[in-house]
Design a protein around this ligand. Structure first.
Ligand SMILES: [Zn+2]
Length: 526
């Protein structure tokens, strides 16, 4: 293309500031010549460079990131995953919803006001100018859990259609070790589950009862997270009218007000709800729920490429690494505003690219290998959720999902940590692959903070596809030295940056482990 003078001057300026340098694709020559370590470092460095602006979806930095990724898959010679395209676009709705008054009036035996946002923080994911529920009825549903495998159903014998469900955060195991998985939170404990189940039961709204201990974070996290710009996947066919009208968190003071208005004993209800056999009940409290809603809809894209298998089985193994991070935001003490996300998750994307390259360079295994780079993981696992509803290979034919999340830096360790083991056949593949490296697997059973549910692989698990998360080991090969990277102090901070002195020896050995697990999975005749 011919440039006019102005464009030419701009192009020179861009080169001078290094824009092109950091964004440059790795060429076929370099792909052949560079070592695994060089490639891993280069992809991590480029994607976490300031020029990528922290890779926030639906900003110009998204274009830069997804174009870079697609370009790299193309250079490697993968096949586009989505009907000839590298991109899987979908819509995200961003909603800011405020109550029409200072909160939500309720009345039962007495009148009260749920003040916003001190007693309750609410939002919606519907594309509408107003939420207007007339005299909505409030129902106390314990944990709001319907779990046949644990013999627990808080919705038994109660009709919540068109009503507002109040459900406690976490699950019964948090309070009684003999119930559910004890302190290991099940998915039934997550606030997102409460909304999903309330919707299935036909409720109009759901308020999750906050408790700092059971939620593992304070009320300010709920408020700050939902005051504005609440995100959700947008379905243009329904305009999300089939979603809950009201989602929210209820402060314990808000619950007190509801029970006071109901003239009922809150302490007793909370105690009963933690025991088997609890029966949910209507509070006989009603109130209008009016919110003024402002929303916007934007497109974002998952990226994906396929290494075609030889077996024509129609089955696939998915390798997954979210490309997004937090973008540009609040300044840290050094005055840095760019959340580079080098470990989270440029390192994971770089690792997935490296594994893609390895598979592409060898004789084809039997099953297809899909390399998926979802968008919007950080804001709610939206990209992987959309993919799972619109997969390149049907979920029933997806044998496993191997997720790459914050894998660098890491030193060489004797152990490898697996979160979410004990749920599927996948465990033994990891055990065998680690043993072949002279390492061992530590199955981390402590999921009390719900980490297992907070990354993309969980959308696959929800649909019955086996998936676990590999985490860096804790015990260095050199036992005389302490672990170099014991705690992720960089987590979701601008200082999550790439440095040349990163130790990636552990990262590379973990990648080899994932590679060999992937290879066994793709060749296993079962
Ligand atoms: Zn992440």
């Amino acid at each position: 293309m011919k440039m006019n003078v102005k464009e030419w001057v701009m192009a020179v300026a861009v080169v001078a500031t290094g824009w092109v340098t950091a964004g440059a694709q790795i060429t076929p020559e370099r792909l052949r010549a560079d070592s695994d370590e060089q490639l891993l470092r280069e992809w991590t460095r480029v994607l976490s460079h300031d020029e990528f602006g922290g890779r926030k979806p639906m900003t110009p930095y998204e274009d830069k990131t997804v174009d870079y990724l697609a370009g790299q898959l193309e250079v490697m010679g993968l096949e586009p995953a989505f009907n000839g395209s590298w991109f899987q676009p979908f819509d995200i709705i961003s909603v800011t919803a405020k109550p029409a008054g200072g909160g939500f009036p309720v009345s039962g035996k007495r009148k009260s006001l749920l003040r916003y946002p001190d007693d309750v923080i609410t939002w919606t994911t519907r594309a509408t100018a107003k939420i207007d529920l007339k005299k909505a009825e409030y129902v106390f549903c314990g944990f709001g859990i319907n779990a046949p495998e644990y013999g627990w159903n808080d919705y038994e014998g109660i009709d919540v259609k068109g009503k507002i469900v109040v459900a406690m955060v976490n699950d019964p195991g948090f309070y009684d070790n003999s119930l559910f998985k004890g302190r290991n939170m099940t998915y039934y404990g997550r606030w997102t589950y409460k909304f999903e189940e309330a919707l299935r039961q036909g409720a109009a709204g759901c308020l999750v009862l906050h408790n700092a201990e059971a939620a593992s974070y304070g009320w300010h996290v709920c408020v700050n997270g939902h005051l504005s710009d609440n995100l959700g996947i947008y379905n243009p066919d329904t305009r999300n009218a089939d979603e809950l009208a009201v989602r929210g968190w209820l402060h314990e003071e808000g619950l007190k007000k509801l029970f006071l208005a109901a003239g009922m004993d809150m302490e007793r209800a909370l105690a009963d709800a933690k025991r088997p056999g609890f029966k949910s009940f209507a509070l006989n409290v009603r109130g209008d729920v009016k919110m003024n809603v402002a929303y916007g809809i934007k497109k974002t894209r998952n990226v994906g490429g396929i290494v075609r298998g030889s077996g024509q089985s129609g089955e696939a193994v998915v390798f997954c690494a979210h490309w997004d991070h937090l973008g540009i935001g609040k300044s840290d003490e050094r005055g840095d505003t760019i959340y580079n996300g080098a470990a989270d998750n440029a390192s994971g994307v770089a690792g997935a690219l490296l594994v893609a390259k390895k598979f592409n360079d060898m004789p084809r295994p039997r099953r297809d290998l899909i390399f998926l780079f979802p968008s919007s993981e950080e804001s709610g696992l939206f990209g992987s959720a959309y993919y799972c509803d619109h997969p390149a290979v049907p979920m029933s034919k997806t044998v496993a999902c191997l997720n790459f999340e914050s894998i660098g830096p890491a030193e060489l360790t004797r152990d490898v940590v697996i979160l979410g083991g004990g749920q599927s056949d996948l465990d033994r593949y990891y055990v065998a692959a680690a043993a072949a490296q002279g390492r061992y697997i530590y199955f981390d059973e402590d999921n009390s903070d719900g980490w297992f549910y907070r990354s993309d692989h969980y959308n696959f698990v929800k649909r019955g596809v086996p998936a676990v998360v590999l985490e860096n080991g804790l015990h260095p090969v050199d036992v005389s030295k302490p672990n170099k990277y014991p705690m992720p102090v960089w987590y979701h901070k601008p200082c999550d940056e790439y440095h040349d002195d990163w130790d990636v020896s552990g990262t590379l050995s973990n990648l080899n482990l994932i590679f060999s697990v992937g290879l066994s999975l793709s060749n296993n005749p079962r």
